[in-house]
Design a protein around this ligand. Structure first.
Ligand code: TYM
Length: 324
């Protein structure tokens, strides 16, 4: 069985882009692949965060995985910082990664412009991510578009290590779903929807139905009145992709359905389609919160499995590099 690894950074609120770009793929893959999904808390602390509410954020993210349909009986679920094998491997990988290749990372360039102080952790972020992936001998990494470059550098690092010290790592491949790999902001279709953007620019998985309706109804649109899937209508095209991903209808069919109708009709219907899918996830998550043991049990059992697999690769890598 091929292995899948992916993770979400528990910064801000889980939003619709995370779900459509990543988590939805994970749910669909869990029957066919040996899936390992983590909460990347060590990645989240590379930018400003609140330590007081952080544990709650980590837990909320994991419960949203479960509420979205990730089955802990089928998948290995754990919290990244609880498995120290990742950071140990990251150090070794740091020594074969160059400063110039990390300087080329788009996400680093973007984020370092926004942060007041740029930490070394933010700079080394892709190396820890490479360790996350490589330590499980991962075949496939299902992510959104913004993480593609990080999976590619992980593959480069793996090849370099294997070349220098002997075959240790599998070379991972990225998996994107074309239509939903880059969901754009509701307030600015030139920017991607992000957990840390202003609240009205995104739909959070925790948003109440009326909030979803309000955010969609006030989402920016393009000039004109037609519902069209064309390049010079980036806002409507983004909404059409979201509509299609949630309803399962092909985009052309949705366009045909709204021919001659205005933006308000379309948006109203889109909000209903989203609410129909997000509502039950939100409610399920609230229900799962009541089960005190579920979270602890899930991450404890997941960690046990993750540690065994990752320990084996770490030892191989240390041996190959002459460290043991
Ligand atoms: P993060 O937390 O920023 O995002 C989690 C996942 O959601 C996808 N995503 C999107 N997809 C489509 N449209 C959007 N607007 C959108 N915004 C986010 C991301 O591409 C990602 O798949 N560094 C990673 C977490 C990580 C990881 C890993 C991922 C840590 N280790 C190993 C894969 C493998 C991150 O910060 O993702």
């Amino acid at each position: 069985m091929k292995r899948v690894f992916s993770a979400v950074r528990p910064s801000g609120e889980l939003q619709l882009g995370n779900y459509l770009g990543a988590i939805k793929q994970w749910v669909e893959m869990q029957d066919e692949y040996d899936c390992i999904f983590a909460i990347a808390d060590y990645h989240a602390i590379t930018t400003e965060y609140d330590p007081k509410t952080f544990q709650q954020k980590v837990k909320d993210h994991m419960l949203f995985y479960l509420a979205s349909g990730i089955d802990p009986q089928k998948c290995t679920l754990f919290i990244q910082s609880q498995n120290s094998n990742h950071t140990e491997l990251a150090w070794i990988l740091d020594t074969i990664t160059t400063v110039s290749e990390l300087q080329r990372m788009t996400q680093f360039k973007d984020k370092s412009q926004k942060e007041k102080v740029i930490s070394a952790g933010l700079f080394n972020y892709p190396v820890l991510m490479a360790a996350d992936i490589l330590i499980y001998q991962t075949d496939v990494v299902p992510v959104g578009e913004d993480q593609k470059q990080h999976v590619e550098i992980a593959a480069d690092i793996a090849k370099r290590f294997n070349h220098r010290y002997g075959e240790v790592f599998k070379i991972p491949e990225v998996k994107l779903v074309k239509e939903t790999a880059r969901i754009m902001s509701l307030t600015d279709p030139t920017k991607k929807m992000s957990k840390t953007g202003e609240d009205r620019s995104r739909i959070n998985l925790s948003d109440a139905d009326d909030v979803i309706m309000k955010k969609i109804m006030s989402a920016v649109t393009d000039s004109g009145k037609e519902i069209e899937y064309v390049e010079d209508k980036p806002a409507i095209s983004n909404l059409l992709r979201i509509y299609s991903a949630y309803s399962g209808e092909p985009i052309e069919q949705i366009v045909a359905k709204f021919e001659g109708k205005g933006y308000a009709d379309f948006k109203n219907s889109l909000a209903e389609v989203i609410i129909k899918k997000i509502g039950p996830i939100r409610e399920k998550k609230i229900e799962l919160e009541k089960d005190e043991e579920l979270y602890k049990k899930t991450i404890f059992e997941g960690l046990e499995k993750a540690e065994i697999i990752s320990r084996e690769t770490l030892e191989k890598a240390k041996k190959a590099a002459g460290l043991i």
